[in-house]
Write a protein that binds this ligand. Structure first.
Ligand SMILES: O=P(O)(O)OC[C@H]1O[C@H](O[C@H]2O[C@H](CO)[C@@H](O)[C@H](O)[C@H]2O)[C@H](O)[C@@H](O)[C@@H]1O
Length: 544
């Protein structure tokens, strides 16, 4: 298996990264133009979210052709140039494989619609009367998870948008097609893959109503998911590559199974439990401040649990589906730089492989949109309506979107303080936060005290120190709600990571033997000796 433990992976959302031709959409040549910036940050791999031909109902997660480049993003020659240029800088590429579903514009679905039985078996079609869906399951984007096709007299399953039809992994021909797609990209020089919601691929043998929830308990980490992943890894020839599965609403036990090396499934996986600690009663669309105790418990459970079971975590706060961490768990005003750095340290020094989402390394914030016309995301637009149907006023619905919309993480990368933050010379496909005039890459890359410089240090430390990339982890002070503290150790050296999760001073109960330890890293100017308290959002890393 490729060594991924000392690497940091950088996620690029190409549509919002850099526009090379002025059409308002980021593209592959834009990514190539920024490789020196990424090399300076020190990342080893780029995960590119989908740039394949797509109607873009879900920004590319509705794939119409898995083997081509959407002309909106460039050409296959552009991609090949990006692979070559990245390789020259020691950077590999990971592509995003959306294998739970295809766009309904994919040729397979179109042939199914035309009545070809072979392709109907590629999807989950069920006979039934038009007035009763096969089950009461709810789509993750709101509304029913089934759509009726009068011309066929059948329903099809779509766990996401109606234009994203779930594939039938029971069908060996589907599994063979998907493995072939992996081989196609591997032959192009791709180093790894990210698999979208891959723990939803195995559906139950019997489809039944869910009287307790939205249906997810029947298809999440489904009955044959491990078998399918083992088969895909072998048939796709991806062992030895870097692979990460996005696991929706998953369990620790399953994630150990997905990633323990002797299982031959994946290198690592994303879980989202720590990103739901501000969901009131588990509801994404009900606001509350983050529950810090819950956050600490989840980190402890997943870090120590994956270690005990031999699994491997992907470490992250941000991605294209999440609000910006500094706005959510930090303070994007008074302690903007301090909290952005503390959050970076908290994640990067854990056991697992860290991911940086574009703009996180310069402390990009939530979008600050105040009108529904500014939103583009299908889920946000659906929930704006659903929240009002549930009795919220338009202003209340907008307040919820301002905190929870996926568009918070999709605004253009802020390269400099010029118009549109240097992202495009045209009209950007989505607006930008007003703060791009001072929060931008150009303002930070030469500044040794910047958030960018701090992230650069984190990336370098992981390469330099085996205790970070390979060492064990143990969490400390479980009852202190303000302090996230853990120890990394490997028998040769030891680190103590202390993070104040709050905007107030937090007392610092140093464990025995650490008083004289050396300071490895911090986000405030160093004081003489080890302090008795941590300043707001301070992080301090000691080494002995
Ligand atoms: O919140 P969870 O149930 O744990 O699920 C995790 C994420 O799953 C979905 O994300 C991915 O699949 C979508 C459909 O292809 C796509 O729209 C998204 O961009 C993918 O990353 C879900 O949409 C996310 O909100 C969840 O965070």
């Amino acid at each position: 298996m490729a060594e991924f433990k000392n690497k940091v992976i950088y996620q690029i959302y190409p549509k919002s990264f850099c526009d090379s031709n002025g059409d308002g959409l980021g593209d592959l040549r834009g990514v190539t133009s920024k490789l020196d910036y990424l090399a300076e940050l020190g990342v080893s791999c780029l995960w590119l979210t989908p740039f394949f031909p797509s109607p873009q109902r879900d920004n590319g997660y509705d794939v119409a052709d898995y083997r081509a480049v959407d002309p909106r993003f460039g050409t296959m020659a552009d991609l090949e140039e990006l692979i070559r240029e990245a390789d020259k800088r020691g950077i590999g590429l990971m592509l995003d494989m959306v294998f739970n579903h295809t766009s309904t514009e994919h040729a397979w679905f179109q042939r199914a619609l035309a009545g070809e039985k072979k392709y109907q078996d590629y999807y989950i079609f069920k006979e039934g009367s038009p007035d009763k869906a096969p089950t009461n399951w709810v789509s993750k984007f709101g509304g029913p998870a089934w759509e009726y096709l009068p011309a066929l007299g059948k329903w099809y399953l779509h766990l996401f948008d109606v234009s994203q039809a779930d594939l039938n992994w029971e069908n060996p021909e589907v599994r063979a097609e998907l493995a072939d797609i992996l081989r196609f990209w591997k032959a192009k020089g791709i180093q790894g893959f990210r698999f979208d919601v891959v723990n939803l691929i195995s559906k139950p043998a019997v489809y039944e109503d869910d009287h307790q929830g939205d249906g997810r308990r029947f298809y999440t980490d489904g009955p044959k998911v491990h078998q399918y992943l083992q088969e895909l890894a072998a048939a796709g020839g991806i062992e030895g590559m870097i692979t990460v599965g996005e696991m929706s609403s998953t369990s620790l036990e399953n994630c150990i199974g997905y990633t323990a090396p002797d299982r031959h499934e994946l290198s690592m996986c994303f879980n989202f439990h720590h990103l739901k600690v501000d969901y009131k009663n588990g509801d994404k669309w009900a606001l509350m401040p983050p529950d810090r105790m819950a956050l600490k418990k989840l980190f402890t459970l997943w870090q120590e649990g994956m270690q005990a079971g031999g699994g491997w975590n992907a470490l992250f706060w941000c991605n294209h589906d999440q609000p910006r961490a500094v706005s959510r768990f930090g303070d994007d005003k008074t302690y903007w730089a301090e909290s952005a750095k503390m959050l970076g340290a908290a994640i990067h020094l854990m056991r697992g492989t860290p991911y940086i989402y574009q703009g996180e390394e310069i402390g990009m914030t939530n979008a600050g949109f105040g009108s529904i016309e500014q939103y583009r995301d299908v889920e946000s637009l659906n929930y704006y309506q659903i929240l009002q149907q549930q009795g919220k006023t338009p202003a209340e619905a907008l307040e919820i979107l301002a905190a929870r919309s996926r568009d918070n993480g999709r605004t253009p990368m802020q390269w400099d303080g010029s118009e549109n933050a240097g992202f495009t010379t045209g009209t950007p496909w989505i607006g930008l936060p007003e703060n791009y005039t001072h929060i931008n890459a150009a303002a930070q890359t030469g500044d040794p005290d910047s958030i960018f410089a701090f992230y650069k240090q984190l990336v370098a430390l992981r390469k330099e120190k085996p205790v970070i990339s390979q060492g064990n982890i143990e969490f400390l002070y479980p009852d202190d709600p303000d302090l996230l503290a853990y120890r990394r150790f490997d028998g040769e050296s030891e680190l103590l990571v202390l993070c104040n999760l709050t905007g107030k001073a937090a007392s610092l109960p140093l464990p025995e033997g650490w008083a004289g330890a050396a300071r490895l890293l911090g986000n405030y100017p160093a004081l003489a000796g080890v302090p008795a308290a941590l300043r707001p959002y301070e992080c301090l890393v000691l080494e002995r």
